[in-house]
Ligand binder design. Structure first.
Ligand SMILES: [Zn+2]
Length: 406
């Protein structure tokens, strides 16, 4: 029983998709019709969903506050499973449309130039922005800038959104030892200063060529033991494939003598095969991008249980190619969406990734809405309260863009 004095809020919309009772969707389940209710109302008591039901003004208890959001489709708040909030201060400063190595070459010199105040201000604005876009949870790559994890944590808390911090190990050295684990240097200092932060953190890899294999394996092992998602960029660019298979190409020019250790030898494998050989695939792993996967690799990824976060607008902006989205949808892989950061995207509105896939690849809205909500929650290992408007869960919702509405 609720406290009779507690406040009831009624949010009326043309259509409400609650996704109540839905489970993470793979393969054909992604395309199943979503239950929708037209001329509906979301009843909220003390911040929790009480019910979604047909609108009938006379049936609301006296004193109910009614908010009519108009002729829109209301859905559970969305999950942005991959972003880089700490780099938000670099918005508009990197080189796009010329390939991955050209983008990276434009980014690296900028990374050390950030003033703490500028970085923090951009983090605050980014978090306020994603909250206003109806985002309830971020999978955020952090840790390369000193203090950034704590800063993102505070900004998310102020904006009333949750965050999983992917504390990213970058590079091959100094020599990795168990007592250095699990947090990369900057994150370790932040967690020592604020031990509560560790609960929202997961050690992560950057990519198969930029993080040493033993570090990737140790981070993966820690995440599996702790029940946390293990995330890394996978098969993003043709340059990545070239470097891993032949040891050549523009990424080698970029990283030789700085990131790659002396005498580094390529594994001679394509990205997915290399990830598999290191034991990085499987349930609990969240790969990001998957642009370069071929048909057979799509099936291998799906069979492994690895989740994949697609970032289609970032891929377009960096001109790295287009992920095989149709094949991935049909493969049975667990798929979700992310914006990547503002160095490769114009905004952090993950709903716009879905709009892009709707408009450019004709992906049906049923699949896209599931990827934005319950699948994003599952890919980040979140409890059942994220991604639906079932009774009893926090009442966090978004308005769907017109292209995704039913
Ligand atoms: Zn990224």
């Amino acid at each position: 029983m609720h406290d009779p004095a507690s406040r009831l809020l009624a949010i009326r919309a043309r259509t409400i998709l609650s996704l109540a009772g839905e489970v993470p969707a793979r393969g054909a389940r992604l395309f199943a019709p979503l239950k929708k209710m037209d001329n509906a109302v979301l009843l909220v008591r003390d911040g929790l969903v009480e019910e979604v039901r047909p609108w009938a003004a006379g049936h609301l208890p006296p004193g109910t506050e009614v908010r009519d959001v108009g002729p829109v489709c209301l859905a559970p708040a969305v999950v942005n499973a991959h972003t880089h909030i700490q780099l938000s201060w670099l918005a508009g400063q990197t080189l796009w449309h010329k390939g991955f190595a050209a983008w990276l070459g434009s980014l690296i010199p900028l990374l050390r130039s950030g003033q703490a105040e500028t970085v923090a201000q951009a983090i605050t604005e980014a978090c306020e922005g994603v909250a206003a876009m109806g985002t309830c949870h971020l999978g955020d790559v952090g840790g390369s800038l000193r203090g950034s994890v704590s800063c993102v944590q505070a900004a998310c808390r102020a904006a009333q959104i949750e965050v999983t911090h992917f504390c990213e190990w970058f590079g091959y050295g100094p020599p990795f030892t168990d007592d250095l684990f699990p947090w990369p240097q900057h994150c370790r200092q932040e967690i020592e200063n604020n031990p509560a932060l560790a609960a929202d953190c997961a050690p992560a890899g950057h990519a198969l060529y930029s993080t040493g294999p033993t570090v990737l394996q140790a981070a993966h092992r820690f995440c599996m033991e702790q029940g946390r998602p293990f995330s890394f960029h996978l098969a993003e660019s043709p340059e990545e494939t070239e470097l891993l298979t032949s040891g050549q190409g523009p990424l080698h020019s970029c990283y030789a003598g700085s990131v790659l250790p002396e005498g580094w030898q390529p594994p001679g494998l394509r990205p997915l095969a290399y990830a598999a050989s290191l034991g990085l695939l499987g349930r609990g792993s969240l790969a990001v991008h998957g642009v370069q996967l071929d048909a057979q690799e799509v099936d291998v990824l799906a069979a492994s249980g690895t989740a994949l976060c697609l970032c289609p607008r970032s891929n377009r902006n960096l001109a790295v190619g287009t992920a095989p989205v149709r094949a991935l949808l049909e493969s049975g892989a667990l798929l979700c969406l992310g914006t990547d950061g503002l160095t490769s995207n114009s905004d952090l509105d993950v709903r716009q990734e879905a709009v892009y896939l709707r408009e450019h690849m004709d992906i049906p809205p049923e699949a896209l809405v599931r990827m934005l909500t319950i699948n994003g929650a599952a890919a980040l290992g979140l409890a059942g309260s994220v991604g639906s408007l079932a009774p009893g869960v926090p009442a966090r919702f978004c308005l769907l863009p017109e292209a995704l509405t039913y």
